[in-house]
Structures are given as structure tokens and as C-alpha cells.
Design a protein. Structure first.
Length: 95
């Protein structure tokens, strides 16, 4: 596997771990610390900056809703109905 393929695979795995963690905790919002832990438990190397980019990507796809606290720069996310469909394999959308 070439380096770009590995990077793409890692990002997809991280996004999948985020969706599964949010699906398990729905309808609650989940903090970035817990999401960071979920990604690490999926054996995906990531940084907090990458986690933030992954949340923005998933938000742009309409799969998660993110609340940002400008004072602390912390984020909390929850899964949307479309995100649940993807996480539960009831949608053909891919991340």
C-alpha cells in the first residue's frame, strides 16, 4: 500500500470510529476527549488537529452536528439521523 493509500485508509478508519462512538452515545453530545479516545481504541494514530478535521469533514457531509465553544476551543458532537443510517449500514453512503 502506498503512503497516500495508507493515509486515506487511516482517515476513513478514524471517521468510522467517530461515527460508531457517537452512534453508541446518541442522542447525547460527546466531547472531543472521548472521541479522541475512541479513535485511539480503534488503533488509529491521530492528533487532535486531525480529529478536528475529521469532525469538520463529517459535519460537512451532514453525518454529525458539532458544537464549538469559542472561549475554550473545545468541541462536542452528536450524530445526525443520516449519520445513524451510515453507522448502522442502512445507507449506501460511504465516508
Amino acid at each position: 500500500m502506498s503512503y497516500p493509500d495508507y493515509e486515506a485508509h487511516e482517515r476513513a478508519e478514524a471517521r468510522w470510529a467517530i461515527l460508531r462512538a457517537l452512534c453508541a452515545r446518541r442522542p447525547q453530545h460527546v466531547g472531543e476527549q472521548a472521541l479522541y479516545g475512541a479513535v485511539l481504541q480503534a488503533h488509529v494514530e491521530t492528533t487532535r488537529a486531525e480529529l478536528s478535521r475529521d469532525l469538520s469533514y463529517l459535519e460537512g457531509k451532514g453525518l454529525v452536528a458539532v458544537k464549538r465553544n469559542p472561549a475554550t476551543a473545545r468541541q462536542r458532537a452528536c450524530i445526525t439521523p443520516d449519520g445513524v443510517d451510515v453507522a448502522e449500514y442502512t445507507s449506501d453512503d460511504v465516508i
